[in-house]
Write a protein that binds this ligand. Structure first.
Ligand SMILES: *[C@@H]1O[C@H](CO)[C@@H](O)[C@H](O)[C@H]1NC(C)=O
Ligand SMILES: *[C@@H]1O[C@H](CO)[C@@H](O)[C@H](O)[C@H]1NC(C)=O
Ligand SMILES: *[C@@H]1O[C@H](CO)[C@@H](O)[C@H](O)[C@H]1NC(C)=O
Length: 468
């Protein structure tokens, strides 16, 4: 059994040894790395030594290694013996393959080389029954590209006592450019890097920078083909805290200006109000002082609505004939003034109605002896409250248009209300004409005072009357 098996195995062994000894294919690429400038052309040569010189079929293939090792190989060109060369569509037009079957050499020509061609290539030969030896060889193609101008960037904050990194990268460059940093002072003189500075792959790390670190930092990107550089100006600033505080200061200044502006605005408004008041006050005084009664009346007539006007006129007509009216009115006015003095200027506006009511009162008292007594009482009251003539005068001056003066004047200039009313009608209530009137009748304090002395001033006469 055993010998039988051995017999069976013998021929197989013989065949195996014969094949291994006689069919040893050797594929090789003499140059391990080709270099070509981008856009140039290059010829990659692959030689092979078949185990048996006479073969009637073979396949020769040029392939490119993929970027990603997981991906399949990229076929560039392939050659079947005694068949036309097959160029892969991707290389059509710029790749060609020449095969010398006597010298057993295959040459791949690449033109218009790009960075895409910057990779490893493999030449493989397949001959039937020639599986021993080396069936493939590889080489690499280096496409040379000068480095592009590097981009210098700052990583970190260029502030006192910060750590920063300056980066320098060329977008292009083959082979991979090397970067070198150099530092220049602000005066543009070369200088050493500050201590603890590290430089790696174009990244320059500066530690605990200060104002002295400021200057020019030049990065040069260099490869076999060329070099390029960037110039970074580093200006180390004070802390952002300071900047923030500066911002706060600016904000405070702005706010201050705003506040001052508001204050000024308020002051202006206040002072203008004051001025208004100051201007208005003398006017009021003047108005009531000079204008005397009619004006006061007229004023009301003019200003108030129709309700007041007829009322006044009617009453006036009725009231005026009373010779004592002035005295009475004076008394009333005083009372009125007393009230007004308490409540002030505003309340004065309500005086018109007060006067009316007083008039009504007067009507009631009219023609009776009692009335006179009352009046006298009132005058006494006046004495009591007013005390002195001066005070009364003061008050009159303050509140102007006192009934007293009104009635006095009325009496003096015609004594009859009718005439006054006529006059009023004649002068149509117009302010201008009133002013005329005012001027005509003088409205002078002196005359008024005279009157006052004549009428109010003499207590004796009143007493006489009372006795009568
Ligand atoms: C700078 O780096 C040092 C050590 O590398 C570290 O102690 C320090 O806190 C860093 N400074 C800043 C501002 O990050
Ligand atoms: C950074 O430098 C300043 C002086 O320039 C020094 O006072 C400070 O201690 C330094 N900081 C570090 C983390 O070395
Ligand atoms: C860098 O730039 C500065 C200002 O732009 C210039 O003064 C300096 O000469 C430049 N340095 C280099 C090496 O180009």
């Amino acid at each position: 059994m055993t010998s039988k098996k051995q017999l069976e195995w013998k021929p197989l062994f013989l065949i195996f040894t014969v094949l291994s000894c006689c069919s040893s294919l050797e594929v090789s690429i003499p140059v391990s790395e080709y270099e070509v400038a981008r856009g140039g052309e290059i010829a990659l040569t692959c030689s092979f030594i078949p185990a048996r010189p006479n073969f009637d079929t073979m396949i020769l293939t040029w392939e490119a290694f993929p970027d990603n090792t997981v991906d399949p190989m990229i076929v560039v060109a392939s050659y079947f013996l005694n068949k036309p060369v097959d160029i892969a569509p991707a290389y059509e037009g710029r790749a060609s393959l020449k095969n010398d079957m006597t010298k057993h050499v295959s040459t791949l020509h690449l033109t218009k080389v790009t960075m895409e061609d910057n990779r490893r290539y493999q030449c493989s030969v397949a001959i039937p029954n020639d599986k021993q030896g080396t069936q493939a060889a590889t080489t690499s193609l280096l496409v040379l590209v000068a480095p592009s101008a590097p981009i210098c960037k700052l990583q970190g904050t260029a502030e006192y006592w910060h750590n920063i990194t300056l980066t320098c990268v060329s977008q292009e460059g083959s082979p991979q450019p090397v970067y070198e940093w150099k530092s220049y002072s602000v005066e543009n003189s070369p200088r050493q890097f500050p201590p603890k500075t590290t430089e790696k792959d174009g990244s320059l790390s500066l530690f605990n920078i200060s104002v002295e670190t400021s200057g020019y930092f030049i990065c040069t990107s260099t490869n076999r083909v060329g070099s390029a550089s960037c110039n970074f100006t580093l200006a180390v600033m004070p802390n952002s805290m300071n900047i923030a505080s500066t911002g706060i200061i600016i904000g405070a200044v702005v706010a201050g200006v705003l506040v001052i502006g508001i204050i000024i605005f308020c002051c202006c408004r206040k002072s203008s109000k004051k001025n208004k008041f100051a201007e208005g006050s003398p006017g009021d005084v003047e108005f009531y002082d000079k204008d005397a009664p009619e004006t006061g009346e007229q004023y009301w007539d003019d200003k108030s609505n129709s309700e007041t006007k007829p009322h006044n006129q009617d009453e006036d007509k009725d009231v005026v004939p009373q010779s004592n009216y002035a005295v009475t009115s004076a008394g009333h006015t005083f009372d009125d003034d007393q009230h007004s003095s308490i409540s002030g200027k505003e309340k004065y506006n309500g005086k018109g109605s007060d006067i009316d009511s007083q008039r009504y009162q007067d009507d009631q008292y009219r023609g009776s002896r009692d009335r006179l007594d009352d009046q006298l009482d009132r005058n006494e009251q006046r004495e009591r409250y007013g005390g002195s003539r001066d005070r009364l005068d003061d008050q009159r001056q303050r509140y102007g248009g006192s009934r007293d003066r009104l009635d006095e004047q009325r009496n003096r200039y015609g004594g009859s209300r009718d005439r006054l009313d006529d006059q009023r009608e004649r002068y149509g209530g117009s302010r201008d004409r009133l002013d005329d009137q005012r001027e005509r009748y003088g409205g002078s304090r002196d005359r008024l005072d005279d009157q006052r002395e004549r009428y109010g001033g003499s207590r004796d006469r009143l007493d006489d009357q009372r006795e009568r």
